[in-house]
Design a protein around this ligand. Structure first.
Ligand SMILES: CC(C)(COP(=O)(O)OP(=O)(O)OC[C@H]1O[C@@H](n2cnc3c(N)ncnc32)[C@H](O)[C@@H]1OP(=O)(O)O)[C@@H](O)C(=O)NCCC(=O)NCCS
Length: 244
């Protein structure tokens, strides 16, 4: 199945459709279990935060085929999301949890402590009028891709490649040296990333206890991402971006 694929920035009018497709295609993700209202708010917050990489693919008839999300400066992006939309997202999550006890239990067990710490930090920052510092620039400049998804019926027709190519171009335009992403070890997507020139860079465990393989793509070398260090080491990912 082919056809002209148009890649363009994800805008407000795409949010409902894109977030629904995300919940359908990446249904194994915890995020996808958080309810459609939360997911729409999450997408809106993502797109509005500075440094977002957020693109959609549509065919010539306007059908939504896929989405890629990421950030050119992950730390700044996530801080802005929390600062501008954290309260709204927290309320939506809490309301959803009230009506879904088994989800609420998983939320508390896997993410409760981390989210409470985040809320406390947010409240303290607000009370003390603290400003988020942009911090010293890191060297190299590392962006991240967090989600790539293509409508089931259109998988295998070049949409994922077009989305990832556009995300890589956005990273280059932002002056990044490298992009990273993580994917569960049992997901076929690993083969897709390797085929497109991403290099496996070890395993890691998220703060919520899930296993991931980390991939990197060096922008100045057209994706030869192992930087001469080889593949397959095991690490905690250091201070570079990881799963949110
Ligand atoms: C993974 C995914 C994004 C790939 O998108 P896609 O549109 O199906 O992939 P494309 O058709 O653009 O494939 C591009 C190339 O990668 C190759 N490829 C695709 N999947 C592959 C795989 N699992 N292993 C090896 N190569 C693969 C294709 O053969 C194609 O090669 P070519 O361009 O040289 O002919 C898509 O299948 C998807 O949404 N999967 C479900 C969600 C998911 O797993 N997302 C990733 C979460 S981390």
């Amino acid at each position: 199945m082919t056809g002209v694929v148009q890649i363009r920035p994800l805008v407000g009018a795409d949010v409902a459709e894109a977030s629904a497709l995300h919940r359908e295609i990446l249904d194994m993700e915890f995020l996808s279990r958080c309810g459609s209202g939360f997911m729409r708010a999450y997408y809106r917050a993502w797109v509005e935060a500075p440094g977002a990489i957020s693109l959609v693919a549509r065919d010539e008839g306007g059908e939504l085929l896929g989405v890629v999300l990421g950030a050119t400066d992950p730390a700044t992006h996530v801080r802005a999301m929390v600062r501008e939309s954290g309260v709204r997202l927290g309320i939506r999550l809490a309301l959803y949890a009230v009506g879904h006890p088994s989800f609420a239990r998983d939320l508390v067990v896997t993410r409760g402590r981390r989210y409470v710490r985040g809320v406390v930090r947010l409240v303290v920052a607000r009370l003390s009028h603290a400003r988020a510092s942009s911090g010293p620039s890191t060297d190299p400049r590392v962006g991240e891709i967090t989600h790539v998804l293509v409508r089931s019926q259109r998988q295998g027709s070049g949409v994922g490649r077009a989305l990832l190519d556009a995300a890589v171009a956005a990273g280059r335009a932002a002056g990044l040296d490298e992009l990273v992403l993580v994917t569960p070890p049992d997901l076929a997507a690993g083969g897709f990333y390797r085929h497109l020139g991403w290099r496996a860079d070890g395993e890691m465990t998220s703060r919520s206890g899930e296993a991931f393989v980390r991939y990197r793509y060096l922008l100045d070398e057209g994706g030869r991402g192992d930087g001469g260090r080889g593949e397959g080491g095991r690490g905690d990912g250091g201070n570079r971006p990881g799963p949110r």
